[in-house]
Write a protein that binds this ligand. Sequence first.
Ligand SMILES: Cc1cc2nc3c(=O)[nH]c(=O)nc-3n(C[C@H](O)[C@H](O)[C@H](O)COP(=O)(O)OP(=O)(O)OC[C@H]3O[C@@H](n4cnc5c(N)ncnc54)[C@H](O)[C@@H]3O)c2cc1C
Length: 516
Amino acid sequence: MTDRYDVIIVGSGAGGGTLAHTLAPSGKKILLLERGDFLPRELENWDATAVFVDGRYISPDTWYDAGGKAFQPQVHYYVGGATKMYGAALYRLRPADFGEIKYSDGISPAWPLDYADLEPYYTRAEWLYQVHGNHGEDPTEGPYSKQYPWPPVSHEPRMQQLSDDLATAGYNPFHAPCGILLDEDHRAASACIRCAWVDGFPCLVHAKCDAEVIAVRPLLGLPNVTLLVGAEVTALRTDPAGRSVTEVVISRAGQRESYSADIVVLAAGAANTAKILLRSVSGKHPAGLANGSDQVGRNYMFHNSKAVAALAKEPNDTVYQKTLGLNDFYLADESRPPLGNIQLLGKSSAGAMRGEEPKLTKLAPNWSLEEVAKHSVDIWLTTEDLPRPENRVTVDGDASIHLTYQFSNHAETEGLYRELKTLLNKTGMAAHHVLSKNFYADMSVPLAGVAHQAGTARFGSDPATSVADGTCKAHELDNLYLADASIFPSIGAVNPALTVMANAIRVGDHIAARLR
Ligand SMILES: Cc1cc2nc3c(=O)[nH]c(=O)nc-3n(C[C@H](O)[C@H](O)[C@H](O)COP(=O)(O)OP(=O)(O)OC[C@H]3O[C@@H](n4cnc5c(N)ncnc54)[C@H](O)[C@@H]3O)c2cc1C
């Protein structure tokens, strides 16, 4: 294998995989480095006990919290990255998210670009990732240049009833955007059997539009693209001036190897991108690469989220529950700041509940959990958290990640929960039937934090307060780009993956033009 490429991309998830897919038609020689392997396709993919209780697909890694306590982060080092396990809810940020937003705990800063700048790339990402939805239903969404490639996934009867009840009560429910390979008009031609195994499960039949299935697999066999799995990037080295990355150092099967390229792109996920930069210390970059501003690792975000099981008298036999969303409290009004997004989660099961709440469910017999699952409507509340400099990733001498994080915007989270309870009261699910499922309450750093990790190397116009410029090129380097969730200056209150994908396409176009 040659060790000189036009472009090296580190990480094959939402950012790296999408970027490789964007650049591949240019014919340029691309090396995609992925520390994990392909996620095995096996019956356990759809086994709640294997996935949630045994943690079969959680990659071994030990991180430390602010007090130095070790914990196992919910990371998935595979081809496709976190998208192998994601719920494929593929939302755009709202136009307001690109500007400054005032919260009770402070300011969510503006992006260096507007919604209008990213809109064409959102459209391309929606078409690449085969998103089902209906632009125009959600009054908070921004303008769109093209409708989704697929109609929305139809509601099953219980979800349709909930949607009708919400509309009758004066709310604006919409069909949630879902990335699945489903053709409801031609079932025989559809890969998706429309199952409950979406959130937190890999898809055995490859019908979830994740970065492996959509972006990376189609590149395998192309003469100009090489994928190297089991290849963990440990550091980047520069020329003596410290302006160009000249060597990408990896550890593969216990051996050190190195590769070089005209352009290097980091897309290892927010925490690991920061880790690679912080470990790449040199005389010219004593605090780590691209870190003259001391911003690398800082401003870590992950959403202030709450999962709720709302219980109703009538059974909920929905299989694919993630078809409904509600943004009525997303934007500020005269009386309150923005509260966030409400969406339906994958359907509860006894196995999933045991994995999520091991202590609480330890003594519960299976039948009781199954009874709860049978009547529950599972809901996910998301409030934006703020990029605070003290919320940060650091790396110790053993190359282990330390994560310091304090939640922000509690008032808004509680406000959203209050609105949910009011709304459930109006739709036949009494407030006292609402169970707050505080996921991972016993962990000092909650799992959800790792799932929606963002920030740590934000882009912006001012090199004193950001790591990369508007094109996502590191301010201090001529040939280093970032193309994952690390670049987020703020995270909004919708799921982040579509924004990562759209931005990766934007960065891909820029790099392709530069290489031409
Ligand atoms: C359970 C779960 C559910 C989720 N649900 C949703 C959802 O419904 N909608 C949504 O929008 N988002 C969802 N997310 C979040 C979404 O998956 C992430 O926001 C998105 O994947 C982030 O993209 P990324 O490119 O930054 O990182 P990733 O997609 O994680 O990609 C990073 C890649 O880099 C690799 N890597 C890491 N370190 C190295 C290294 N040193 N060398 C080489 N390779 C490396 C990793 O193995 C990985 O493949 C979910 C996440 C999880 C875990």
